[in-house]
Structures are given as structure tokens and as C-alpha cells.
Design a protein around this ligand. Structure first.
Ligand code: SAM
Length: 257
């Protein structure tokens, strides 16, 4: 049984308002370097836009995601690819993969040890684990806005925070503990313009901030979201009048020994 977490994903608005996430993730595909005939798992595949890029190189892709809604959307967009519902913190496959790939998903899986152990057990010896996700300090402007506002609504932000943003030292050490050799690791800033002026900030909160608002009555939820929105706008950097999401990403490429 797949555990139902605190996350809610809306595939329609994810694609139309937050499509930059998968577009910016395309860079990590060069690190994956998929080869024809390889079996590759896309972990936390969302609506499948990177799975289809990988499949385009001639490899056989399985996309896995915990959200049934995202998987239903991925299947309808790309019927030739296998998409399954599964929990990245605890999974296994009978036939091991040549590579496991993940974009913008691992920071939603707080049990990092469970993820890394499952990845290791689902890879062939010598198989690659290539991923991009949020690193230490990621979206700090938004995080600080939640921590400032939510206590006023009786919500303890630390208990709701759905993200795991490790340092590069922490994550690569974990990989080594679980039998990986880390070949490349990077932690970098990627300030990302939020489209359409102020609405982009609200779209970001709608798409990614739900865990903090869960359980509030409609009116309180609206008011809390508005306050977080105002607080975030004070904290986020801008360029040419456009708000920037203060993304800080980690990229890793590791091999199972
Ligand atoms: C920001 S989206 C990224 C989707 C896609 N990789 C992309 O680049 O567009 C994060 C995805 O991680 C998935 N996710 C979160 N926790 C998960 C878990 N424990 N197991 C599997 N998928 C998970 C979510 O359902 C969501 O589809």
C-alpha cells in the first residue's frame, strides 16, 4: 500500500503554471547520458515530461510517482511509457535497472535513507544514480515566510515542513554509507524567474505550499496564504521587476559499487 502523505499535486496546474521545473531539469539529462536499450527508472516522475525525453534516446523507461493524479496524467500524455504509482522511500523491483534518475523530487522524500537504500537495491552493480533536487538553503525566502506567518494561525511550521534540503556533504556521505561511489556532485544557486509578475509567487504557493495550510478553514487558509504571499515577496530577490524563486540545487551522479 502506498502511504498517503501531506502532499497534494495537481497535474493540470503543475504543467501550465510550474512547467519550468521539468524544463530546468533537462540539464541533468546530460549527466544521465541514457543509452539505447538501457532500463531506466524516473523516480518521482510527475507528469512524465522528462521520462519521455529519456525514452526518446532509445532506452526503456519506467516512471514512478507517489501521486496517483500525476501518474494518471503521465499515462494519458505518454501512453507508450510505463508509469506506476509507488513510494520512493520504499520500493523494490524484480529486475534491476541500469540507471535511476530523479528531477526535483528527492527533496519531497524526507526519509533519505529509505530512498537511497531502495535505489541501491533496485540498481544493477555498476548502475548509475543521477539526480537533481533542492539543496541546503533552497527556496529560503519562501521557507522563512512560512515560518514567520504560520505560527499566527496556530501551525508549527517545523512540523509541517515537507522538504529535505541537505548539504552536499551530508548527501554524498549518505550515498557512500549505502555503497555508492560519488562521481560528481554540485550545489549551485539557480534563481528562477516566476512567470507573470505577482501571480507567479501565488502559483508557487498553490503548487508547492499546501502542507503548511492543511486543516485550516477556507477563510483562515485564504488569509494565511495571502500573508505568506506578502511576506515571501518581501524576501524574494527580483530582477527587472520579476520575482525570483531562490532555488539552490544539488546535482549528483553516483555509481553502485
Ligand atoms: C516537483 S515534482 C517533479 C516531477 C518531475 N520529476 C519533473 O521534473 O517535473 C515532485 C514529484 O515528486 C513526487 N513525490 C513526492 N514524494 C514522493 C515519494 N515519496 N515517492 C514518489 N514520488 C514522490 C510528487 O508526487 C511529484 O510528482
Amino acid at each position: 500500500m502506498i502511504k498517503q502523505g501531506t502532499q497534494s499535486w495537481n497535474p493540470g496546474t503543475y504543467d501550465t503554471q510550474l512547467g519550468f521545473v521539468s524544463k530546468l531539469g533537462k540539464g541533468i539529462l546530460d549527466w544521465l547520458d541514457p543509452q539505447p536499450g538501457e532500463h531506466i527508472l524516473d523516480l518521482g516522475c510527475g507528469t512524465g515530461d522528462l521520462a519521455v525525453e529519456i525514452a526518446g534516446t532509445g532506452s526503456k523507461v519506467t516512471g514512478m510517482d507517489q501521486s496517483e493524479a500525476m501518474i494518471v496524467s503521465a499515462r494519458s500524455k505518454y501512453p507508450d511509457i510505463t508509469f506506476i504509482v509507488g513510494d520512493g522511500e520504499q520500493f523494490s523491483f524484480e529486475a534491476p535497472f541500469d540507471a535511476i534518475f530523479s528531477n526535483a523530487a528527492l527533496h519531497w522524500m524526507k526519509n533519505a535513507r529509505g530512498v537511497i537504500e531502495s535505489v541501491r537495491d533496485s540498481l544493477k552493480s555498476g548502475g548509475r544514480f543521477v539526480a537533481e533536487f533542492g539543496g541546503k538553503g533552497n527556496v529560503d525566502g519562501f521557507v522563512r515566510a512560512f515560518y514567520e506567518v504560520m505560527p499566527r494561525y496556530g501551525i508549527e511550521p517545523a512540523e509541517r515542513n515537507p522538504w529535505y534540503f541537505p548539504s552536499i556533504g551530508e548527501y554524498t556521505s549518505l550515498l557512500e554509507q549505502y555503497g555508492f561511489e560519488v562521481r560528481i556532485a554540485e550545489h549551485f544557486d539557480r534563481p528562477t524567474p516566476l512567470p507573470e509578475g505577482d501571480t507567479g509567487v501565488m502559483h508557487w504557493l498553490d503548487g508547492f505550499g499546501d502542507a503548511f495550510f492543511k486543516g485550516l478553514e477556507d477563510a483562515a487558509r485564504q488569509s494565511a496564504k495571502q500573508e505568506v504571499y506578502e511576506a515571501a515577496k518581501q524576501k524574494l530577490p527580483t530582477a527587472s521587476g520579476v520575482y525570483l524563486a531562490d532555488y539552490r540545487r544539488i546535482r549528483i551522479s553516483a555509481v553502485k559499487l
